[in-house]
Design a protein around this ligand. Structure first.
Ligand SMILES: Cc1cc2nc3c(=O)[nH]c(=O)nc-3n(C[C@H](O)[C@H](O)[C@H](O)COP(=O)(O)OP(=O)(O)OC[C@H]3O[C@@H](n4cnc5c(N)ncnc54)[C@H](O)[C@@H]3O)c2cc1C
Length: 489
């Protein structure tokens, strides 16, 4: 059990932070720190203190002061991570990076941008647009989530099918370690010597250090884009078509699936033109040279037809295309139209397994009497079942957690992984041993300790806690227990 520091110690810590960062950069009143207890998932816990640094040196100051007090540090971007990664599950000092939101340089000749971690994902692409460039990783949360959070969670997104996830677009990162040391880590993708420490930071979920700057790759916007809506009578047919498109060697820029329940809520919210009577749709985007698309489009149409598509529509104008994407990217927020709460899961399987795995997802949902809405990156085999419920129903949360756990377990048994992009956080920490051996986890724990021997940087996240002094890791517990009963998810 973790014990909160005595009030006198906290008061002294706060005093030192205020002296270093100024009073407007330190939050300590319970009503001020409360909003930092949550990241859109089920786990909640408030921090003792929050700092809002304006630059790298203020991060160093905050980290160094926290080190003197042995205080846990939890880096935070926009708090959209869902898996509890930014939740201070043992209390501690949250370092919220939202004020460090400057785009320091766009180098159009070398196709790179140097940014602070609090830059919102979509703002970077907007800033790069006048140069004909954009930042490819585009999580559906891109209007809110930050580049620092994208790096820490190795975020994916609809357009990561063709261009790769965040790891493929990070060329270097500046990191502040738990003792205040500042490192510049280069990616080996940039053809630089030495260990690829940037590769360690990407996807480490804030357990290595606080990212304070990042050099990222920008891509040139494609000459032509075509967006199709393939309409199917069932999730099964749409899954088979997804598998068929990839097996034919066609890699669309995006290949997203929505089922009927999702479309109904999306239509009610966005009026984007999704057919509410269809079993499922695929949103297929092709990008490249105009001639290339002319050749690819009929092939995609033939594969969809062979797998039972009843229609293939094409977005005729930029407005139609934008509406379809607004519906897709706003699908999670539209869910409020069908249920007061949802629990969004994240797992990944081979695309060829999609038809079978999607059938199993729906069966497991039915077994627990929970409606399941599906909207996901089908081309990547990255599932996002949303379990719909009303938290006011007694006992429902336990059922939701057991159902989600069984879905995850099934994906692992099918050869998949427990997260495609939302990270492990605290939510899936104890399921890591389904996927990694004790030896794998032991090495990961040692790597982490090499950067942070006292494990103060985002503690109790990602790597399961050892059950004894040996390198044996905790087996999954029955469920993640939320710390608050009055959930809003
Ligand atoms: C509606 C919705 C749709 C989503 N769609 C997608 C999607 O399509 N693809 C996808 O990949 N994810 C998606 N997500 C999940 C989430 O938005 C991403 O994981 C995103 O990258 C998190 O960014 P954030 O700024 O909110 O990070 P936070 O939630 O604040 O933090 C996430 C993790 O990063 C760490 N962290 C944050 N900033 C830093 C930093 N500067 N240095 C070190 N560590 C840091 C935190 O400690 C935490 O472990 C979605 C979430 C929602 C709510």
């Amino acid at each position: 059990m973790v014990v909160a520091p005595p009030a006198s110690v906290l008061a002294e810590l706060a005093r030192q932070l205020v002296r270093a960062l100024g009073p407007d950069a330190v939050l300590q009143a319970p009503e001020d720190v409360l909003v930092y207890e949550y990241d859109y998932g089920l786990d909640r816990h408030p921090p003792e203190l929050v700092v809002l640094p304006r630059g790298r040196d203020e991060v160093v100051a905050a980290v160094t002061i926290a080190a003197r007090f042995g205080m846990p540090i939890i880096p935070r971007g926009a708090g959209t991570g869902i898996s509890g990664g930014a939740v201070p599950i043992q209390g501690g000092l949250v370092i919220a990076l939202s004020r460090m939101n400057r785009i320091l340089e766009i180098d159009a000749d070398n196709l790179t941008a140097l940014v602070e971690p609090g830059v919102v994902n979509l703002e970077l692409s907007k800033a790069a647009e006048p140069y004909g460039l954009y930042f490819a990783p585009d999580p559906s949360s891109q209007k809110a989530s930050t580049i620092g959070g994208n790096i820490a969670n190795n975020a994916g997104g609809p357009h990561c099918l063709a261009y790769g996830v965040t790891a493929n677009h990070v060329l270097g990162v500046e990191v502040v370690l738990a003792d205040g040391t500042v490192l510049w880590c280069e990616s080996s993708a940039r053809e630089r010597p030495g260990y690829d420490l940037s590769g360690l930071v990407v996807g480490a979920e804030g357990t290595v250090g606080v990212v304070t700057r990042a050099l990222v790759r920008l891509l040139r916007k494609p000459e032509a884009v075509q967006t199709f809506l393939a309409i199917f009578n069932s999730v099964d047919d749409a899954s088979a078509a997804t598998s068929g498109i990839i097996a034919a060697g066609i890699i669309p820029a995006a290949l997203e699936m929505m089922d009927q329940l999702t479309m109904r809520s999306v239509e009610a919210a966005f009026h984007a033109g999704y057919p509410a009577d269809a079993g499922a749709v695929l949103l297929i985007e092709l990008e490249g040279l105009a001639e290339e698309l002319e050749a690819l489009a009929p092939q995609v149409e033939a594969i969809c037809a062979a797998n039972g598509a009843r229609e293939l529509r094409v977005a005729r104008t930029e407005h139609e295309r934008a509406l379809l994407w607004a519906g897709r990217k706003g699908a999670a927020s539209a869910m409020g139209r069908v249920a007061p709460n949802y629990y969004l899961h994240d797992a990944v399987v081979a695309r060829s397994k999609l038809p079978r795995v999607m059938r199993r997802v729906l069966e497991i949902g039915a077994k627990y009497s929970l409606p399941v809405a599906n909207v996901f990156h089908a081309g990547d085999g990255n599932l996002h079942p949303m379990l719909l419920f009303d938290v006011k129903e007694p006992g429902v949360l336990e059922r939701v957690l057991r159902c989600g756990r069984e879905m995850l377990r099934m994906c692992v048994e099918e050869g998949g992984a427990i997260s495609g992009e939302h990270g492990i956080g605290v939510e899936k920490r104890d399921f890591m041993s389904w996927y990694f051996s004790d030896a794998d986890l032991g090495v990961q724990a040692r790597v982490r300790r090499a950067f942070d021997p006292q494990e103060r940087m985002n503690p109790a996240k990602v790597i399961p806690m050892p059950t004894s002094c040996g390198d044996t890791f905790a087996r999954p517990r029955a469920a993640v227990v939320p710390t608050s009963a009055d959930l809003w998810v």
